[in-house]
Write a protein that binds this ligand. Structure first.
Ligand code: AMP
Ligand code: MG
Length: 298
């Protein structure tokens, strides 16, 4: 795996690689992604293969502006435009009716496409330099933990990438909020740190393929508990009792930002189990609860 600083030269090479249908490790403010030309079916198929991701799981397409997003969709309801204006660039993905430029491989055959403008200078430079909309699912094997630094990309994925652009630690640290904008009002399909006051999708509602009960998981089994015992390995909100206990901030934005990096760190120590102390249950922790439950597999 080749990790490069995002110099003009590296960006130029990465952009040419994207145009040639290759894969690039791309930082965003949420997590690192496997970047590819979202309009190139072969590049998209290579993305699925690099991740071991089932083809029925659609990709998020990253663009530089609302104008660029418009070119990929066949409709943009007024409320979705308001969301885009409020949250872009940022961790807010909008699912919209797809336009003919987006191949079915990218959307897993759906008539809708998920788009967002990432809030990361390196991602925006790569999109601009390549002149392509960029699909970028997280740079981990399917079901695994998303990387939030270049070093946390597993070699099994990293070795399939032409290069990884090092953009430092991801600021947000968990995946974007996904909002279905195909109906007469928005519906949250996946909670994220960009929280909007709408209903979450009920199980029978408009559904999102690629939402699995188990996801975002470390290798060691993860379990949510009330509090850690003296010998347990895991994440605490209190004073750690041994070196395999890591204290995370008791404020959700800072907690989310450090969560995956901490799980990667603990996972490398191969504990029999990673225990996570239950965080508060207030609404501002909802996205964190979603990821912890999925990491636990429940
Ligand atoms: P990620 O795995 O972080 O790349 O996020 C991709 C997820 O966004 C998928 O697993 C789906 O759950 C959701 N998604 C992407 N495209 C669509 C779409 N067209 N319709 C509904 N959900 C989508
Ligand atoms: Mg992922």
């Amino acid at each position: 795996m080749r990790i490069e600083q995002p110099t003009d030269e590296a960006l130029k090479e990465a952009a040419a690689a994207i145009r040639a249908g290759r894969l690039i490790g791309m930082p965003t403010e949420t997590v690192y992604g496997v970047a590819a030309d979202a309009t190139n079916p072969e590049a998209v198929l290579a993305t699925f293969e690099a991740k071991g991701r089932p083809a029925e799981n659609p990709l998020i397409v990253h663009v530089a502006s609302i104008e660029d997003a418009r070119r990929l969709v066949s409709g943009f309801p007024a409320y979705a435009l308001t969301l885009a204006e409020m949250y872009w660039p940022g961790p807010m993905t909008l699912v919209l009716p797809k336009g003919p430029q987006v191949p079915p491989e990218t959307t897993a055959g759906l008539e809708t496409v998920a788009v967002r403008v990432p809030d990361h200078p390196v991602a925006l430079r790569l999109i601009a330099a390549s002149g392509r909309p960029i699909s970028a699912p997280s740079a981990n094997r399917f079901m695994g933990l998303s990387p939030t630094s270049a070093e946390d990309i597993e070699p099994s994925v990293g070795d399939r990438l032409h290069m990884v652009l090092d953009g430092g630690r991801c600021r947000v640290g968990i995946e974007s909020t996904v909002v279905d904008c195909t109906g007469d009002r928005p519906l949250v399909l996946r909670p994220g740190m960009a929280a909007i006051a709408t209903e979450a999708a009920a199980p029978s509602d408009r559904r999102s393929p690629g939402m699995y009960p188990r996801h975002y998981s470390p290798r060691s089994p993860l379990r949510i508990v009330e509090s850690l015992g003296a010998r347990d390995a895991g994440i605490t909100l209190k004073v750690p009792q041994n070196p395999l206990q890591i204290r995370l901030p008791s404020e959700p934005v800072a907690y989310a930002s450090e969560l995956y990096a901490t799980l990667h760190l603990l996972d490398r120590c191969k504990p029999p189990e990673i225990l996570v102390e239950a965080p508060p249950t207030s609404q501002d922790w909802a996205a964190i609860w979603d990821r912890l439950r999925k990491a636990q597999g429940s």
